[in-house]
Design a protein around this ligand. Structure first.
Ligand code: ATP
Length: 297
């Protein structure tokens, strides 16, 4: 029995290892696949980078030809300002972020940074100019330090710690078994949604890009955590050209402009005050969210 048990147990370990490697490989192929979606134009040069103004000009896009996702979307994020996008699930909000990061090329219209069409410059320079705090941050099976420093390879421990402090994750890290050397990810210490977002914010602070995309998590954090993340986000976005994909309206109140997206079309736009006054969809969403936020007695 023991003889049989050992090899089976051993096989179990090998199986788990292989499965894990396949998961990692899977991720790699997903990334490679994305890389292949777009290619640098032969004469592509790096983004000049003097001006971080982002413009979507009459952008239409479909993942599959038969199903348009974005239809004639136009907006501008002036350098250093924040534009927030709200709207129902599936309306195309995250697609805007994917297009700006150039995971895909638009099929109609154009996206510019500082007036340059992002299809005419190198992908690497576009991605260098943008920091993303995604809905669900993927952590590498490596140390906390590596995961934060990934924002700027070669960063010193002091710089990593400074970013972690600003993202308010430093105290948590120093209380883990090996501090910044603690392994995280699927094979290491598992972090909560809020902690992962803080790691992503720390990465972005370290990268210090002129443009920031924040794709707010759909899964609700507890309200104290949510308020804290929002304040850390504010510090990451300070003076940056920011696109916020928001699921909670409290995130968008201070935005320079709020876009309400429905089935890939901007149906309303304006500041929080203007939209509330307009008594349209946004005002309705705001009333509903306020009601949900009321304590149930
Ligand atoms: P949520 O609020 O739920 O995150 P969203 O507004 O961000 O939604 P998107 O993620 O932009 O929505 O997706 C818009 C539509 O595009 C959805 O119907 C989705 O199913 C579809 N979609 C997203 N990614 C792909 C893809 N890679 N291939 C095909 N369709 C996709």
């Amino acid at each position: 029995m023991i003889q049989l048990y050992i090899p089976l147990n051993f096989l179990g370990v090998i199986y788990r290892e292989i499965k894990q490697s396949l998961t990692d490989l899977d991720k790699m192929f997903v990334l490679l696949e994305k890389e292949r979606e777009v290619r640098d134009a032969p004469e592509a040069r790096p983004l000049a980078g003097h001006d971080s103004t982002v413009r979507f000009e009459d952008v239409s896009f479909a993942y599959e030809a038969a199903r348009p996702i974005l239809k004639h979307v136009s907006f501008e994020i002036p350098a250093g300002k924040t534009v927030a996008v709200v709207g129902p699930s599936g309306s195309g909000k995250s697609t805007l972020a994917r297009l700006l990061y150039r995971f895909y090329d638009v099929q109609q219209g154009r996206i510019t940074i500082g007036g340059e069409d992002i299809r005419q410059v190198t992908q690497a320079s576009v991605r260098q100019a943008i920091g993303i705090v995604p809905q669900d941050t993927v952590l590498f099976n490596d140390t906390v330090e590596y995961n934060i420093a990934y924002g700027r390879p070669g960063a010193s421990r002091e710089e990593v710690e400074e970013a972690a402090r600003a993202a308010r994750i430093h105290d948590f890290i120093v209380h883990t078994p090996k501090g910044y050397e603690t392994m995280v990810g699927e094979r290491g210490l598992k972090l909560s949604g809020g902690e992962k977002q803080r790691v992503a914010i720390a990465r972005t602070l370290l990268k210090n890009p002129p443009i920031v995309i924040f794709d707010e998590a759909t899964s609700a954090l507890d309200s104290a955590n949510e308020r804290a993340i929002q304040s850390e986000l504010k510090s990451a976005a300070r003076n940056k050209t920011t696109l916020v994909i928001a699921h909670r309206l409290s995130t968008v109140v201070d935005a320079h402009e709020i876009l309400v997206l429905e089935s890939g079309v901007i149906v309303e736009r304006g500041t929080h005050a203007q939209l509330l006054e307009g008594q349209g969809k946004y005002a309705q969403m705001w009333r509903l969210q306020k009601l949900e936020a009321e304590p149930v007695l």
